[in-house]
Design a protein around this ligand. Structure first.
Ligand code: NAD
Length: 698
């Protein structure tokens, strides 16, 4: 229920709206403010007007529930209110507090003055939700200049309040109760004879255009350039014309797949936190201290996550040398961030001060959560869990960072399987946004709730998976790798496949990725499985490369070759190598395959549909809760281009019927038996449904 209060204090009218929880500008609220503004404008005793929200929120902008409904576009729209404010002959002041997001501060921009309570968090994050913030592109440059506008609208981040003041976005910061401060500010204006100051009438200060030229956006993503184009229009066109241009661009963009994908991803990230059988009010265990076991690549990064979030963390190693090396890497990483100006020396010292290195496992006895990041070997992990069970205090969460081993087997080594969970971070753990939380068969609801919430505290997106080989993210990689090899056998070169996926928007194609992480890792895995008589997927060309010592970038040759960089390492530039071509050609010959041309479109289809099909199997087996969780996993864990929405969203945009038709085509081709489409995918396609329809039923 909204409630807008209208009060008059001397010559100042105060319009205070309150629409919990985020003070959205719903149709009801807009109507109430509109009516109150009319009343204040008509009252001769009122000489200045204040619009304000609540302590918690000035406003989070339009009501998302009303988007796409008649109420969303019913009079008075935000645009109507802006027109009304333009016509009022008394100064109108936006008095902001709490958070002011998107449409909220846009209403503020249309007011004649803006003041903010200490701690107000103003942001224009429209870019993240596939929108252009068209009024912002025209009004902000007039207040803060073109360069700051670019930072604000492209960055989408909260604007530090002192910066809002120095740039002219807000006129005053109020220390103390907001409404009395705002009334005082209004009285000051009146006393000084200052009246209406419409933002639209202010000139746009000249800019050298450097901010425009310096901007780089993810490949294939257009929203950034559209926003820049609209900001540029503010400098080159009269206000009305610029605003019309920006509205037109905005309306056009909202219809694009890119805009839909960005909105989808933004909603998907929020939805991922919801676990149907773990209600939001599930009590969480307190996590005040942590321990990390293993100071290697992952343990070091995970330790940084805790320290950066202000959580004291004990870093436990099996040997002194590894501990020293791990700690030195952590320090080097923090110092590198500091050298870029993103941390102060005091921040670095504080974070390092929160880390206690030790060789003594018993130091984990008092902490609230222990994350093990020791070698990826089930026997080693099981031994560690058995030991932790004897050491950890009752109620402590015992988490494993395994990339895909069976959490239930580890839990079975303890007398408290309910406290055991997977907390799968991605490398580099201090950078990558994904935390794949893996619930075992016996993991308690409060342990799930606490670990999901911990991810958020560590600045990550938590996605819940059940136990299966590779969980969601790594499992998805396997069929893709297989298809890459099939295409190699059939006639495509590693470069052709990598180039097609790069052009699609992936940071790197599968062969360059394999070179980067080391081809020998999976080769050793295959050798070890072979020795143990366990099943494994053969990879003959990769085996041949490894047998020749071509382990990848780290040794200067793998699927590609890399020139020495003169510093003992290798350049990142991947060069095609005739030796590899010859090896692939010999392999094709041994298979009796006559190479054929494979188009870029087919490469992308095979790659993407292999992902979507595996995703459907993951859903079918209930490993992931929703298709959108799979997309979030792939976007945040594998660097999938955000403006493409993720592999499941992509399959939806192609149409699942078309996906199935393509898979049926592939089934008839070389190695067609590898395509065994999921029952769920076939069912949805037959019913003319999408993965988003499937999610809607969850
Ligand atoms: P790593 O070899 O770099 O580090 C492992 C560390 O654990 C070593 O320093 C070792 O001395 C230490 N260690 C071994 N046994 C120990 C014990 N009993 N007690 C204390 N320390 C012990 O390995 P990593 O790449 O950091 O991988 C660690 C875990 O993280 C594995 O389960 C791996 O699958 C998983 N993981 C790795 C990545 C990655 O890209 N490297 C990504 C996600 C998850």
């Amino acid at each position: 229920m909204s409630a807008t209060e209208y009060t008059v204090h001397g010559a100042v009218a105060v319009i205070q709206f309150n629409n919990p929880p985020v003070n959205s500008l719903s149709h009801a609220v807009r109507s109430e403010i509109f009516a109150a503004l009319e009343k204040a404008a008509a009252d001769a005793a009122v000489r200045a007007i204040i619009i304000t929200g609540t302590d918690k929120a000035f406003s989070a902008g339009v009501d998302i529930k009303e988007m796409g409904t008649p109420k969303g576009t019913a009079h008075p729209t935000l645009g109507d209110m802006m027109g009304q404010l333009d016509g009022i002959k008394k100064p109108v002041i936006a008095a902001m507090s709490g958070f002011a997001v998107g449409g909220g501060p846009i209403l503020g921009l249309a007011c004649h003055y803006r003041i903010a309570a200490k701690g107000t968090r103003i942001s224009f994050p429209e870019i993240d939700i596939g929108r252009v913030a068209s009024p912002g592109t025209q009004l902000l440059p007039r207040l803060v200049g073109v360069d700051n506008t670019v930072d604000i609208l492209i960055g989408g981040k909260v604007i530090p309040l002192d910066k809002a003041k120095t740039t002219g976005l807000v006129d005053e910061i109020i220390d103390g109760p907001l409404v009395p401060g705002a009334i005082k500010f209004a009285e000051g204006l009146l006393a000084a004879g200052k009246g209406v100051r419409r933002t639209r009438d202010l000139p746009v200060p000249a800019s050298d255009g450097k901010t425009f030229n310096d901007r780089k956006f993810p490949r294939g993503m257009t929203v950034g350039n559209i926003i820049l184009d609209c900001i540029n229009a503010a400098s080159t066109m009269p206000y009305e014309e610029g605003m019309q241009y920006a509205h037109h661009k905005s309306r056009e963009f909202v219809q694009t797949v890119e805009s839909k994908a960005l909105r989808y991803v933004s909603a998907a990230e929020r939805t991922a936190a919801k676990v149907p059988d773990v209600p939001a009010d599930t009590p969480k265990r307190a996590i005040k201290t942590a321990a990390v076991l293993g100071a290697g690549t992952m343990g070091g990064g995970i330790t940084m996550c805790f320290a950066s979030a202000g959580i004291p963390v004990t870093l436990i190693e099996a040997n002194q040398e590894a501990l020293d090396r791990g700690l030195a890497t952590i320090k080097r990483n923090y110092m590198a961030t500091a050298s870029k100006g993103r941390l102060t020396q005091a921040d670095v010292d504080k974070r390092m001060g929160l880390i206690t290195p030790t060789l003594d496992r018993n130091a984990a006895a008092t902490v609230d959560i222990i994350v093990e990041a020791v070698f990826e070997d089930l026997d080693v992990k099981c031994e560690v869990f058995k030991a932790l069970d004897a050491i950890a205090k009752p109620g402590a969460i015992l988490a494993s960072n395994t990339s895909g081993l069976d959490i239930d087997k580890m839990a079975a080594m303890t007398k408290r399987p309910q406290d055991v969970i997977g907390a799968h971070f991605f490398a580099p753990a201090n950078v990558m946004r994904l935390l794949e939380v893996v619930r075992g068969a016996k993991t308690a609801a409060d342990v799930i709730a606490t670990t999901m919430d911990l991810g958020k505290r560590l600045g990550k997106v938590s996605v819940l998976s059940r136990v299966c080989d590779g969980f969601i993210c790594n499992r998805m990689m396997k069929p893709v790798r297989l298809q890459a090899n099939v295409m190699l056998d059939e006639g495509a070169s590693p470069k052709q496949i990598d180039d097609a996926m790069y052009a699609y928007g992936m940071a790197m194609g599968p062969f360059r990725t394999s070179d980067g992480s080391g081809i020998d890792v999976s080769w050793r895995g295959r050798l070890s499985r072979k020795k143990q008589g366990l099943p494994f997927a053969p990879d003959p060309v990769a085996d041949a490369l490894c047998e020749q010592g071509r382990f990848g970038w780290k040794v200067g040759k793998g699927w590609y070759r890399y020139e020495a960089d003169g510093r003992g390492g290798y350049s990142r530039t991947a060069l095609q190598d005739p030796e590899v071509d010859a090896l692939i050609a010999a392999h094709r010959k041994s298979l009796g395959v006559t190479p054929r041309d494979i188009s870029e479109a087919e490469i992308v289809e095979r790659y993407m549909f292999a992902l979507a099909d595996e995703g459907a199997k993951i859903l079918e087996e209930d490993v992931a809760i929703r298709a959108s969780d799979i997309d979030v996993t792939y976007l945040t864990g594998r660097g999938f281009p955000v403006h493409k929405g993720g592999p499941m969203f992509y399959a939806d945009t192609v149409g699942l019927k078309n996906v199935v038709a393509a898979i049926e085509r592939f089934q008839k081709g070389y190695q067609g038996q590898l395509w065994q489409p999921s029952k769920l995918l076939l069912k949805l396609a037959a019913e003319g449904k999408s993965f988003q329809d499937y999610d809607a039923k969850k």
